[in-house]
Design a protein around this ligand. Structure first.
Ligand SMILES: Cc1ncc(COP(=O)(O)O)c(C=O)c1O
Length: 392
């Protein structure tokens, strides 16, 4: 075997995901893509806002020298200033260009932060159900993940988090609005988490970073709000991107912002800047940095996601699913009516419905479905869901 033992194991562990995609592709080939209800992918289908096309065209025409050169590893100063100004509004606290850096998406941002903070075998708490890549990112940077379950409503289980914290704990990752549940942690919970982390840091005499992964911050429904994490805890770091709110996942553009009073601030920012370089990202894409600097505060038309969410929730209710309507993001995470989520996903495939088993997110007994698909696909899936449930 010429590939590493670890990568071989990772590949095996995620082979059922590949199998599922292959089966989905097979169904599409056999019945036509329009006859398959594919809710398996979190790949936003909405176009970026029209200002994106206008801005990228205009900026691409700029032939001034240096437009495509290397720049400081943390990104163009003017871009960081523009992004910092938007982060200040979202976090309800002034954040400067020197307290953030531009990255290759939230994925790049997470790897950069973890590389900057983790010593070998230090622990990072993640909350189940979780975005599956967290495990890989923590491993990439030499850490160990510790999984803590959330409550039945997918809210924070503070007692369980407290129990998991020990002298090896270096960070906890939260993701709100959440992939896969759509949960948004309310302000009271964020405040309680901040207090808990303060208490644990004091007791252990160590620093515990709170990493808030927020790429879905602007995709929210009804009157839900995403509270500021900076207001709750000093050692907090926000990572985010424009993959979801501007529908630019292929462009690999995101950022990191640190709390203005975070521990060892200048060393941390220096380490993250170096990590951006030596992880091989070097810097976030130049053109895309210049584009997003001009699009701060804009989003895709989130009323479309809101409309699809309503249709999808109505269909699932009618079909008899047990689920909590998502407060944000574009996923629904219902309980499976039979215990085995993988078997239930296979059952849904008979009706040409593609979903992802909850165990892929560390929570068997559930499925994740993404509604970043056309309205019509959701509407036409009703019969298939009714049939699948009737056949159980
Ligand atoms: C919770 C969460 N975090 C991070 C990412 C990575 O996003 P990006 O494309 O910005 O790297 C995703 C992508 O699906 C996600 O769902």
């Amino acid at each position: 075997m010429s590939i590493s033992t670890k990568m071989n194991e990772f590949a095996k562990a995620s082979s059922w995901i590949r199998k599922m995609f292959e089966e989905g592709a097979q169904l599409k080939k056999q019945f036509g893509a329009e006859n398959v209800f594919d809710f398996s992918l979190g790949n936003p289908d909405l176009p970026p806002p029209p200002q994106f096309n206008e801005t990228i065209r205009r900026l691409a025409r700029d032939e001034s020298p240096g437009m495509h050169s290397y720049m400081p590893n943390g990104g163009y100063p003017h871009v960081r200033a523009a992004v910092a100004s938007q982060i200040s509004k979202e976090q309800n606290m002034p954040v400067t260009a020197d307290e953030m850096l531009m990255t290759c998406g939230a994925a790049g941002a997470l790897n950069v932060v973890l590389k900057a903070i983790l010593n070998q075998d230090e622990e990072v708490i993640i909350l189940a159900p979780f975005f599956v890549e967290y495990k890989f990112y923590v491993d990439n940077q030499g850490g160990k993940t510790v999984v803590v379950q959330t409550l039945d409503d997918f809210n924070l289980d503070l007692a369980a988090i407290e129990e998991a914290i020990n002298e090896k704990t270096k960070a906890i990752i939260i993701n709100s609005p959440n992939n896969p549940t759509g949960q948004i942690y309310p302000e009271e919970d964020m405040s309680a988490l901040g207090k808990l982390l303060d208490k644990c840091q004091e007791k252990l005499g160590s620093t515990i970073f709170l990493l808030s992964d927020e790429p879905y911050r602007k995709i929210i429904f009804e009157n839900y709000q995403v509270p500021s994490i900076f207001r709750q805890f000093n050692n907090s770091i926000v990572v985010s991107s424009y993959s979801k709110d501007l529908s630019l996942p292929g462009e690999r553009i995101g950022y990191i912002a640190v709390h203005p009073e975070i521990a060892d601030k200048s060393q941390l920012l220096g380490a993250m800047t170096l990590a951006n370089r030596i992880l091989g990202f070097v810097n976030a894409p130049a053109l895309m940095q210049r584009v997003v600097a001009e699009l701060q505060g804009l989003t895709v038309d989130t009323t479309i996601y809101a409309r699809r969410r309503e249709t999808f929730c109505n269909i699932l209710t009618k079909a008899g699913f047990d689920f909590i309507p998502p407060k944000g993001a574009f996923y629904i995470f219902p309980k499976t009516p039979i215990e085995d989520d993988v078997a239930f996903v296979a059952h849904l495939q008979k009706q040409k419905i593609l979903a992802v088993p909850g165990r892929g997110f560390g929570m068997p007994g559930y499925i994740r479905m993404a509604f970043c698909v056309e309205d019509d696909v959701i509407a036409r899936s009703e019969k298939a869901f009714m049939q699948a449930m009737a056949e159980l």
